[in-house]
Design a protein around this ligand. Structure first.
Ligand SMILES: Cc1cc2nc3c(=O)[nH]c(=O)nc-3n(C[C@H](O)[C@H](O)[C@H](O)COP(=O)(O)OP(=O)(O)OC[C@H]3O[C@@H](n4cnc5c(N)ncnc54)[C@H](O)[C@@H]3O)c2cc1C
Length: 353
C-alpha cells in the first residue's frame, strides 16, 4: 500500500524523489516555499561527474549517479564528456593513475588531439584527460520534467507555500504545517537544501551545515565553440544549449572550501571572465551573475536517511545534480520496503547525532 508522502522542497533532489516515489505507488505532495528550482538547483553548474570525489565510497555513489541518469534518459541531460587539464606534471599523472585504478573511463590526449577536439582553446595544453562518461543536466529543465512526470502519475506540487513546521505526535510525524494550513502525511521527506536544519531542529535532529557560497557567471550567446565541459587551471567552463558560456567563478568549485566570498561578486566574476577570454582567445561579455548557498552537510558528504521521529527522512547534499537520479531511485526503494541501500550506508544522518 502506498503511503502519503510530503516532500519539502522542489529542487532537483525533491523532484527526482517525487517522480520515483509516485512511480512506486505512493501519494506524493511536493511543497515548495518559492518557485520550483529557486534554491541551489536553479543556480548550479550542472556537471554530472565522478572524477571529483572524496573517497572510494563517494566515487561509487557518484558513478552510480551517472548510471541512474542514463537509465532515466531525460531531455535536458546530455553527455558531452569532460576535458580536464587543471593540473600538470605529478598532479596530472597521479590523478590519471588514480581514476584509471578506480576503473573510471579516462583517455589521455596530447596537444594535437586536444586542439582537434576543442579548436576554440587559444592555447591547447600539452596533455589533457578526457572523461567520456561525464555529462551535464540543465537542472531547471530536468527538475521541471521530473515534477511533471510525478504530476502525470497523480502527484501534486504546491508552490509558494512554505512549510512552517513538521508535525509530530508520540514519536511519529503526522504531516506538515504550512503557511496555508496543515497537510497530513505518513512520511515527510526533507529536501529543503540549506533550510533543512531549521525544519528538523525543533524535532531534536541536528544537522550541521557548512557555509559554501557559490557564484556562477554567464556570458552573451556565442556561436557553437565548446563541445566539452572544460576544466582548465583555475577555471571550469561549459557552453549552454542557447550559446551562452556558464562558469563558476572559483576554481575547483565542487571541492571549494571557502565559507565566504573572497571578494565582491562583481570582482570575482570579472576575474573569471578575463580567464575565460584568455582561454578561448576572444572577448566575452558578462551578462549574468548568480549566487547560491550550496547545501553542504558538515563533513562535505551527503546526508540521506531516516532521522528523529518515525516517518522523517532527510536528503541534503552538494553535487545534487550528479546525485539526484540515483537518490530518487534509492529513496523510493527505502521508503517502499526495498531495504537499506548499501550505497547509502556512509551517509546516514545519525553520524551527526
Ligand atoms: C554555484 C553552484 C554550482 C554547482 N555546481 C554543481 C555541479 O556542477 N554538479 C553538481 O552535481 N552539483 C552542483 N552544485 C550543487 C547542486 O546544485 C545542489 O547540490 C543541488 O541543486 C541541491 O538540490 P536540492 O534539491 O537538494 O536543493 P535546492 O535546489 O536548494 O532546493 C531546496 C528547495 O527547498 C525549498 N525550501 C526550503 N525551505 C522550505 C520550506 N520551509 N518549505 C517549503 N520549501 C522549502 C527551497 O525554496 C528550494 O527550492 C552546484 C551548486 C552551486 C550553488
Amino acid at each position: 500500500m502506498g503511503q502519503r508522502i510530503v516532500i519539502i522542497g522542489a529542487g532537483i533532489i525533491g523532484a527526482a524523489a517525487a517522480f520515483r516515489l509516485q512511480q512506486a505507488g505512493h501519494e506524493v505532495t511536493v511543497i515548495e516555499a518559492g518557485a520550483p528550482c529557486g534554491g541551489a538547483t536553479g543556480r548550479s553548474f550542472g556537471w554530472i561527474n565522478a572524477s571529483f570525489h572524496h573517497d572510494a565510497a563517494h566515487f561509487a555513489l557518484r558513478a552510480e549517479g551517472i548510471a541512474a541518469w542514463r537509465r532515466l534518459g531525460l531531455p535536458g541531460v546530455s553527455w558531452p564528456g569532460c576535458l580536464w587539464f587543471e593540473e600538470e606534471g605529478e598532479g596530472f599523472t597521479s590523478f590519471r593513475n588514480h581514476l584509471t585504478a578506480m576503473g573510471y573511463p579516462v583517455d589521455e590526449l596530447d596537444r594535437d588531439a586536444v586542439a582537434a577536439l576543442e579548436p576554440a582553446l587559444a592555447t591547447p595544453p600539452a596533455r589533457a584527460l578526457r572523461f567520456p562518461a561525464e555529462g551535464v543536466a540543465e537542472a531547471v529543465q530536468v527538475a521541471g520534467e521530473l515534477l511533471a512526470r510525478a504530476a502525470a502519475l497523480g502527484g501534486r506540487v504546491l508552490s509558494g507555500l512554505a512549510v512552517q513546521a513538521i508535525a509530530e505526535r508520540v514519536g511519529r510525524v503526522t504531516g506538515v504545517v504550512t503557511d496555508a494550513g496543515a497537510i497530513g502525511a505518513d512520511a515527510v521527506l526533507v529536501c529543503a537544501g540549506t533550510a533543512t536544519p531549521g525544519l528538523i531542529g525543533p524535532l531534536g535532529v541536528a544537522l550541521p551545515m557548512l557555509n559554501r557560497p557559490g557564484l556562477l557567471l554567464s556570458t552573451q550567446a556565442l556561436p557553437p565553440l565548446l563541445s566539452y565541459i572544460v576544466v582548465a587551471p583555475e577555471q571550469e567552463l561549459r557552453q549552454l544549449p542557447d550559446g551562452r558560456l556558464l562558469a563558476p567563478t572559483s576554481p575547483n568549485h565542487q571541492g571549494d572550501e571557502s565559507d565566504t566570498l573572497t571578494d565582491s561578486a562583481e570582482a570575482l566574476a570579472e576575474t573569471a571572465r578575463a580567464r575565460i577570454a584568455a582561454l578561448i582567445g576572444r572577448e566575452v561579455r558578462l551578462t549574468g551573475i548568480t549566487l547560491a548557498h550550496r547545501p553542504v552537510p558538515g563533513d562535505g558528504l551527503p546526508v540521506v536517511g531516516a532521522a528523529g521521529p518515525d516517518g522523517l527522512y532527510l536528503a541534503v547534499m552538494h553535487s545534487g545534480v550528479t546525485l539526484a537520479a540515483i537518490m530518487g531511485e534509492m529513496i523510493a526503494a527505502e521508503l517502499t520496503n526495498g531495504g537499506p541501500q548499501a550505497l547509502l550506508a556512509p551517509y546516514r544522518p545519525a553520524r551527526f547525532a
